[in-house]
Ligand binder design. Structure first.
Ligand code: ACO
Length: 432
C-alpha cells in the first residue's frame, strides 16, 4: 500500500481474452516475468516484453552508481562526482566503488600498497605484447593482453571465492596502466618501461609512458592531478554498454580477465568509449570555426554525428563534461592551449542554440572535452579509449562483484522474437 492507501500494483487487461491481471509495482518497476502469465490458451507460451537495446529495462539492482539524467547528477555510492573529483584520488575512489565505503587511513594505505606491488606483468605477458604488429591499435592490444592474463592466473576461475575475487581485482587495477603504457611504447618502437613503484598510481603511468634515459621520471604534479581527476570521472557509469558486457560475460562465471577483455572491447566502439577518439577526428576534419555551420547542417541532415554529444541517460549537461572543461584550463596552463578547444567551444555554442539539438536534448557528454585534454597532454588519438579503459576497470569490477553476490542474478540470456523461415526440408544441391 502507498501512503494514500492506493495499491502498489498495476492491472493489465488482455483485450484478446478480456482477462485482467494484477502485477505488483516495486521501485517503480514491474517484473517482466509477471507478463508470462498472460496467455490466450493453456499451451500459449505467455507474453514477453520486447526491448531491443534495453531502453526501458532494468537488468539489475545496483548500489554503486546513481545518475539523474534530467538533472545532470552523478554519484558514486552516494558521493557527488564533483566532491570526489575535487577531494579524492583515483585509487581511493576505486576502493569506494569496489567495497562500498571510503577507506579509512589504514585501509587506504593497505589498498595503495597492495596495488603498488602488483603493477608488474609477467615477462611472458610482455613477450606476448611484443608479438603485436608495430602499428596495432592500442585498444586491440589492451583487449588481447587482458584476455591473455587469464592464462597466467588459472585461480581466477574460482569466481565464487572472495579471496580469489579480491586478488584478481587488485591485479587488474594494478596492471591496466602497465599494459596501457606498453601499448604506447610498442607503437613507438620504444623499450617498455617497467613500473616505478615509488610514484603514485597516475605518476607511475606517466613514467611508464614517457621515461627515457633519466634514472627517475618526475611527473608534473598538475598533470598528474589532471589525470587523477579524469580517471575519477571515468571510474563508473552504471549500466552502460561495456558494464553490461562485463556483467553478461561474468554471469556465465567466466574469469574476470575474460570478462574485462569483453567489457574493454565493448568500450572500444565509437558510440561508447571510442567517441573521444571520434571527437578529435571530427574537430580535425572541421579544421576551422568557419566550417562549423556547414558541419552542423550535415549532422542535421543525418549525414554525420556530432561526436561527443548525446547520451542515453543524460538529457541535460553531463556533469563530467563540466568538470573536465574546468580541469582543461589547468592543463593548458602547462602544455599550452589545444587549437581544437576553440573549435569545440564554438561547436558547442552553436549546437546548444540550435533547435535540432535542443529538441532532442543533446548536450556534450564526457567524451566531448576529454580528448582535447588528452591530446594536449601529448597522447596520440588512438590511445584515448585505452585511457578510458584504465579507470573504468574499477567500475567493471565493482559491478561484476555485485552481480556475483546478487541472488536474483542468473546467466544473462535474453529472449528473441523469431522472424525467420518456418520449418522446411533440406534442398539437395542439384535442386537449388
Ligand atoms: N549527433 C546528432 N544527432 C544525434 C546525436 C549526435 N551525437 N545523438 C543522438 N542524436 C539524435 C538521433 O539521431 C535521434 O534523432 P531522431 O529522434 O530524429 O531519430 C535522437 O537524437 C535520439 O538519439 P538516439 O540515437 O535514439 O539516442 P541513444 O540513446 O540511442 O544514443 C548515443 C545515445 C549512442 C550516445 C548517441 O547520442 C550518439 O551516437 N552520440 C554520439 C557518440 C558519442 O558521443 N558517444 C559517447 C557517449 S558517452 C559514453 O559512452 C562514454
Amino acid at each position: 500500500m502507498s501512503e494514500n492507501g492506493a495499491r502498489e500494483s498495476i492491472t493489465v487487461t488482455d483485450n484478446r481474452t478480456g482477462q485482467s491481471y494484477e502485477m505488483p509495482v516495486t521501485d517503480g518497476t514491474v517484473k517482466a516475468m509477471d507478463f508470462r502469465k498472460i496467455k490466450t490458451a493453456n499451451d500459449d507460451f505467455g507474453l514477453m516484453v520486447y526491448d531491443p537495446a534495453f531502453t526501458n529495462t532494468a537488468s539489475c539492482r545496483s548500489a554503486i552508481t546513481q545518475i539523474d539524467g534530467d538533472r545532470g547528477i552523478l554519484e558514486y555510492r552516494g558521493y557527488p562526482i564533483e566532491q570526489l573529483a575535487e577531494q579524492s584520488t583515483y585509487l581511493e575512489t576505486a576502493y569506494l566503488l569496489l567495497y562500498g565505503e571510503l577507506p579509512n587511513k589504514k585501509q587506504l594505505s593497505e589498498w595503495t600498497e597492495i596495488v603498488r606491488i602488483h603493477t608488474y606483468i609477467h615477462e611472458n605477458a610482455k613477450k606476448f605484447m611484443e608479438g603485436f604488429q608495430y602499428d596495432a591499435h592500442p585498444m586491440g592490444m589492451l583487449c588481447g593482453t587482458v584476455a591473455a592474463l587469464s592464462t597466467f592466473y588459472p585461480d581466477a576461475k574460482h569466481v565464487m571465492e572472495e579471496t580469489s575475487r579480491h586478488i584478481q581485482t587488485v591485479r587488474l587495477i594494478a596492471k591496466m596502466p602497465t599494459i596501457a603504457a606498453f601499448t604506447y611504447r610498442h607503437n613507438r618502437g620504444l623499450p617498455y618501461v617497467y613500473p616505478d613503484n615509488s610514484l603514485t598510481y597516475t605518476g607511475n603511468f606517466l613514467s611508464m609512458l614517457w621515461r627515457m634515459s633519466e634514472p627517475v621520471y618526475q611527473p608534473h604534479p598538475k598533470l598528474e592531478r589532471a589525470i587523477e581527476i579524469l580517471w575519477i570521472l571515468h571510474a563508473d557509469h552504471e549500466q552502460n554498454c561495456s558494464t553490461n558486457a562485463m556483467r553478461a560475460v561474468g554471469s556465465s562465471h567466466a574469469d574476470p580477465y575474460s570478462a574485462t577483455a569483453a567489457a574493454a572491447a565493448a568500450l572500444y566502439g565509437p558510440l561508447h568509449g571510442g567517441a573521444n577518439e571520434a571527437v578529435i577526428r571530427m574537430l580535425e576534419g572541421i579544421g576551422d570555426k568557419k566550417h562549423i555551420p556547414e558541419f552542423v547542417k550535415r549532422v542535421k541532415q543525418g549525414e554525420d554525428l556530432l561526436w561527443g554529444f548525446g547520451h542515453r541517460i543524460y538529457k541535460s549537461y553531463d556533469p563530467r563534461a563540466k568538470i573536465i572543461k574546468q580541469a582543461a584550463d589547468d592543463v593548458f596552463e602547462i602544455t599550452g592551449p589545444n587549437p581544437m578547444l576553440e573549435i569545440a567551444l564554438e561547436l558547442e555554442r552553436i549546437a546548444l542554440e540550435d533547435e535540432y539539438f535542443i529538441e532532442r536534448k543533446l548536450y556534450p557528454n564526457v567524451d566531448f572535452y576529454s580528448g582535447i585534454i588528452y591530446q594536449a597532454l601529448g597522447f596520440p588519438v588512438d590511445m584515448f579509449p585505452v585511457l578510458f579503459a584504465i579507470p573504468r576497470t574499477a567500475g567493471w569490477l565493482a559491478q561484476w562483484r555485485e552481480m556475483l553476490a546478487d541472488s536474483e542474478q542468473k546467466i544473462a540470456r535474453p529472449r528473441q522474437i523469431y522472424v525467420g523461415q518456418k520449418r522446411r526440408d533440406f534442398v539437395p544441391m542439384d535442386k537449388r
